[in-house]
Ligand binder design. Structure first.
Ligand SMILES: Nc1ncnc2c1ncn2[C@@H]1O[C@H](COP(=O)(O)OP(=O)(O)OP(=O)(O)O)[C@@H](O)[C@H]1O
Length: 296
């Protein structure tokens, strides 16, 4: 469905993207992960045909994204990272305006989406909060049933409940065969929606991974408080248990993929409480990046 081949764009300040290549199959949800300034938005803007690459190309359904901009944009729904609205309009008038350009009757789907995202579309955009504007942008990207939906940081500004609704929407569209490319900093969001994810850093793709592989790379710190300090000591000294620290009956262990053996060892003793902190995505990136010897 989407093919990015050797995409290169270097801005006058020397920043940009270099030799980015990946493919997204029809019906796949593809995550695009990376720290700020890594090149996610630049790649997405090329996919939309907004920018001419220095080298390489993007094709959507076999059509060149730059040369066939008009045709390609009909197939695509796009939620930009920063949405430029016509502030004087209400949300609904803005969506009407977009729908008239899409030349497709999308009213029924649009109203269903507004209902799901629970916002008053008759509010003037200049009075909307960041989250409300984000919802208008999501409706705009989904309402005309595009074949490919590009989402740049889709849940920024949404509260946790709405983030969940958003994830449900993505999964429903995916079930209908819609293809997605979604940039994010949020690992849980990517974990729940994506089949594969690419990691980009300093304008270069570091890796394209199956999402389960990324999950197994994520390190979790588990804090366990045992009933008895003696048990905590025995547990912390068990071979294969990576105890980061111990203080009386409290032990912090690092778990990465080896949940089974960790669970078995923990279950041998009475436990008073347990807390899990997942390593953030930035750290998973860095770990991967370092392992690759700083090479793409
Ligand atoms: N039009 C432009 N002119 C000059 N430099 C640019 C331009 N657009 C992007 N850049 C630079 O290219 C790099 C990649 O930017 P990009 O916006 O693609 O990153 P990103 O991964 O989307 O980051 P974020 O998560 O912060 O949105 C950055 O260093 C940015 O400053």
């Amino acid at each position: 469905m989407l093919s990015v081949d050797g995409l290169t764009k270097i801005f006058s300040n020397g920043r940009g993207i270099s030799d980015v290549s990946f493919r997204v199959e029809r019906g796949e949800v593809f995550g695009f992960l990376g720290p700020n300034g890594a090149g996610k938005s630049t790649t997405i803007r090329h996919i939309m045909g907004f920018m001419k690459p220095d080298r390489g190309r993007v094709t959507i359904g076999g059509l060149d994204a730059w040369e066939k901009q008009g045709e390609v944009q009909k197939l695509v729904g796009y939620l930009p990272g920063e949405i430029a609205f016509i502030e004087g309009m209400t949300g609904r008038a803005f969506l009407d305006f977009l729908a008239s350009m899409q030349r497709k009757d999308s009213r029924a789907k649009r109203e269903r989406l507004i209902e799901r995202l629970q916002f008053d579309a008759n509010t003037p955009i200049r009075k909307m909060s960041k989250g409300m504007k984000q919802k208008v942008g999501i409706v705009a990207a989904f309402m005309h049933d595009p074949e490919l939906i590009l989402l740049d940081e889709p849940t920024s500004g949404l509260d946790p409940l709405m983030q969940r609704t958003f994830i449900e929407l993505v999964l429903e569209e995916k079930a209908k065969g819609t293809t997605f490319l979604m940039s994010s900093h949020s690992f849980p969001e990517i974990e729940r929606t994506c089949d594969r994810a690419a990691i980009i850093k300093d304008g270069r793709l570091v890796a394209v991974n199956d999402i389960h592989e990324l999950q197994s790379m994520q390190r979790k710190l588990v804090e366990i408080i045992f009933e008895h300090a003696g048990d905590a000591e025995k547990f912390a000294e068990t071979e294969g248990i990576r105890a980061e620290s111990r203080d009386g009956s409290r032990v912090v262990v690092a778990v990465q993929g080896d949940y089974d053996s960790w669970l078995r060892e923990t279950a041998k003793y009475p436990v008073r409480s347990l807390d899990v902190a997942a390593q953030n995505l930035e750290d998973v990136f860095m770990h991967f990046y370092d392992r690759k010897g700083n090479r793409p």
